[in-house]
Design a protein around this ligand. Structure first.
Ligand SMILES: Nc1ncnc2c1ncn2[C@@H]1O[C@H](COP(=O)(O)OP(=O)(O)O)[C@@H](O)[C@H]1O
Ligand SMILES: [Mg+2]
Length: 229
């Protein structure tokens, strides 16, 4: 049987707004198998980003169990969680979040500066990651010298460079035109099918969700049964 890459049990997330506590996720149970490509859908404000950030260990649940890549990450100290995240998770965001002063290859190298790899090893991994996303010939370009689609490819290379188990992507095509979006989605599909990356992708776009192997729907902080299309 396929091992779970993500397993949530009774996960609650609340935020403090002044004196008020606002519960945003209301006791979620969720299993994602290794090798899945999940499209996480739902209305704005329904809790998609919150859920993604819990899975990626960027934020912590208020209660409940969060197991990712075999580790109970809700039980890790902050330091251990940061280390775990660097080893296991690649993040891709809507607006790329590249460092504007750094070239593509320097941006991609950033996560490796936290590892014990030496400069030559880092260079090799960076070149491999840029080749996977089809941007070997743009290594020296700054983000301002790249199109939106190319910038997102650089961001995906950065997410891949440390060879993470799981990619978490928050509206990765939200700022791209249809054709460029489809190219990025095809790339994610290739990373899933041919490179064995498990993926959880938040999207508003039903066409984007079609690239995934399964859809999950969040509404008002609960997972709802997907409608049959
Ligand atoms: N840091 C925060 N502090 C307080 N409330 C937050 C915070 N982040 C998100 N929220 C609230 O949680 C709810 C879900 O937000 P979010 O997960 O970003 O939704 P989505 O990504 O589906 O649009 C919203 O009502 C939002 O206002
Ligand atoms: Mg969001």
């Amino acid at each position: 049987m396929n091992q779970a890459i993500v397993s949530l049990h009774n996960v609650v997330k609340s935020y403090q707004r002044g004196k008020q506590t606002v519960e945003v996720l209301h006791g979620l149970d969720l299993q994602i198998a290794t090798g899945e490509f999940i499209a996480l859908m739902g209305p704005s404000g329904s809790g998609k980003t919150t859920l993604l950030n819990l899975i990626g260990g960027l934020d912590r649940a208020s209660s409940g169990e969060v197991t990712v890549a075999g580790v109970r990450i809700d039980q890790l100290s902050s330091g251990a969680l940061a280390k775990w995240r660097a080893r296991h998770i690649g993040f891709v965001f809507q607006f790329y979040n590249l460092m504007p002063m750094l070239s593509a290859e320097r941006n991609v190298e950033l996560p490796l500066l936290l590892t014990s790899l030496n400069s030559a090893q880092r260079k090799k991994n960076v070149a491999a990651a840029l080749a996977v996303v089809g941007l070997a010939d743009r290594a020296r370009h700054k983000p301002s010298e790249l199109s939106g689609g190319q910038a997102q490819r650089v961001a995906i290379a950065r997410a891949l460079v440390a060879d993470p188990t799981l990619l978490v992507c928050d509206e990765p095509t939200g700022d791209l035109d249809r054709k460029t979006a489809d190219e990025i989605l095809s790339l994610l599909q290739t990373l899933n099918r041919e490179h064995g990356k498990s993926i959880v992708m938040v999207t508003h776009d039903p066409k984007a969700a079609d690239f995934a192997s399964r859809q999950l729907h969040v509404d008002k902080g609960v997972l709802v049964q997907a409608e049959i299309a």
